[in-house]
Design a protein around this ligand. Structure first.
Ligand code: SAJ
Length: 423
């Protein structure tokens, strides 16, 4: 049995490697030649704990091989990005271009009896749309949308649900929701996942599986928005939100999440829009949650500007150019190096353009600042930044930042968006 993984990114590569570690032959396909070459050397092109070891041994033992051209296989798993795009005045329409491209790329090598699984987080209806693209490209084969259980090709959706930073463990331990276009499609797909999943494989329809994934991330987004809104309310009425949440969470049925500088990453800040875009009239709470979370970086920037103003009033001998502000953290969440869609990055960048003083950036997980930072900013060590900063802005609760003692912050204006110092 050969399994082909289309897309060797943050989801595709770990999944391919875990399946290969169960001694199944896996062919990984990606358009990125650099990724393909790196994997074939037994190395990895992304950062994820434990992944290097399993990719290395899977490649060495001959179970995993990467290529840019698809080959025949028994099952095809598709894990490509599904971003959103602006269309007809709507800012957040799901963009299925990568799924369409992947369908067109595997269609020529499909054979009767094959299974095709869409793993990418997708708007409701995307699996059926993918199956239609496959059918258009292969009129000689039959597909579930026209031939039901009798079709030549089985098609299912099985959304990934792993947490970056814990992917290798969660791939094996998490339950999987498997939505086939027919019950038999679900069963065949479930037997594939049972090769490596120790959690339960639960079957449903493709549309329900699509909606389940969007619901999981919307649930988290709405809950984070609740925490973020509380932090803004508490700031206005001068109450510590951190103490407030600790107290409220003592109630047996209350479990409030942590406020922060906004919501980043390419999942939680994106997926709820797929629901909003499909049902704009009904999805009022989900849309508002997105807006609350997306508005938080601007709120933090304004907070910093206010503090700079107050600092200057208290120090009439200084001009705006003399003020030094240190930003702690750029990543989209703690203890990773991933800056994509990071609210901390957004805040730091807008500070560089909106605040005339010196801006220092402390981010122990990266070697250099992204190129679009202007020269006025520099990557600094924590100690050095703490020495020279007038204002310290805590943006990401990396482990090493939690060890900074109150003494080291004495005399500084502190804006703590994560509550690790200001609690
Ligand atoms: N965040 C807060 N406060 C919190 C929790 C998170 O501000 O209390 C922020 C984080 O700092 C970060 C963002 O939210 O900026 C998202 O981080 P996350 O750790 O909640 O989630 P992701 O984006 O890394 O992964 C999510 C997970 N989904 C859920 O927990 C429901 C993961 O299981 C999914 O597989 C992943 O999205 C995905 O790929 O969809």
């Amino acid at each position: 049995n050969t399994i082909s993984m289309i897309g060797l990114g943050y989801i595709g590569l770990p999944t391919a490697a875990v399946i290969a570690s169960r001694r199944k032959k896996v062919i990984g396909v990606d358009i990125n030649q650099h990724a393909v070459d790196t994997i074939n050397r037994g190395d990895i092109h992304i950062v994820e704990p434990e992944l290097d070891i399993i990719v290395h041994s899977a490649v060495q033992e001959g179970y995993l091989r990467a290529t840019t051209t698809p080959e025949p296989a028994d099952a095809f798993l598709i894990a490509v990005p599904t971003p959103f795009k602006a269309e007809n005045g709507n800012e957040h329409v799901p963009d299925l271009a990568y799924i369409e491209a992947a369908s067109k790329v595997i269609a020529p090598v499909l054979e009767k009896g094959n299974l095709v699984i869409l793993e990418s987080t997708s708007p409701v209806g995307a699996t059926e749309q993918m199956s239609k693209w496959l059918a258009e490209a292969r009129p000689d084969l039959t597909f579930p949308q026209t031939h039901g259980e009798e079709s030549d090709i089985r098609v299912a959706h099985c959304p990934e649900r792993v947490l970056p930073g814990h992917v290798v463990r969660e791939l094996v331990e998490n339950d999987r929701v498997i939505g086939g276009m027919t019950p038999r499609c679900s069963e065949v797909a479930a037997s594939l996942y049972r090769i490596f999943v120790e959690g339960e494989c639960i079957t449903t329809t493709a549309r329900t599986a699509e909606m389940a994934k969007l619901t999981e991330n919307s649930f988290r987004d709405v809950n984070i928005a609740f925490a973020n809104e509380l932090s803004i309310i508490c700031d206005r009425i001068d109450i510590s939100v951190w103490e407030l949440i600790r107290l409220a969470n003592r109630h047996p049925r209350v479990n409030i999440l942590q406020p922060g500088p906004g919501v980043g990453g390419h999942c939680i800040a994106v997926d709820p829009w797929f629901i909003v875009s499909e049902t704009p009239e009904e999805a009022r709470l989900i849309r508002t949650a997105r807006e609350v979370n997306d508005g938080k970086p601007q709120w933090v920037l304004e907070k910093v500007q206010q503090e700079v103003g107050k600092f200057l009033t208290a120090h009439p001998d200084k001009t705006a150019r003399d003020v030094t502000v240190a930003c702690f953290g750029l990543a989209f969440k703690p203890d990773i190096d991933d800056l994509r869609e990071s609210p901390a990055l957004k805040i730091a960048q807008s500070m560089v353009t909106n605040i005339p003083g010196n801006i220092l950036i402390v981010e122990p997980n990266i070697e250099a600042l992204p190129e679009d930072f202007v020269e006025r900013t520099s990557l600094s060590g924590a100690e050095e930044a703490l020495k020279s900063a007038d204002i310290v802005v805590m943006l990401v609760d990396h482990k090493s930042f939690k060890e900074i003692s109150p003494g080291e912050l004495e005399g500084k204006v502190v804006i703590d968006t994560r509550g690790i110092w200001a609690a």
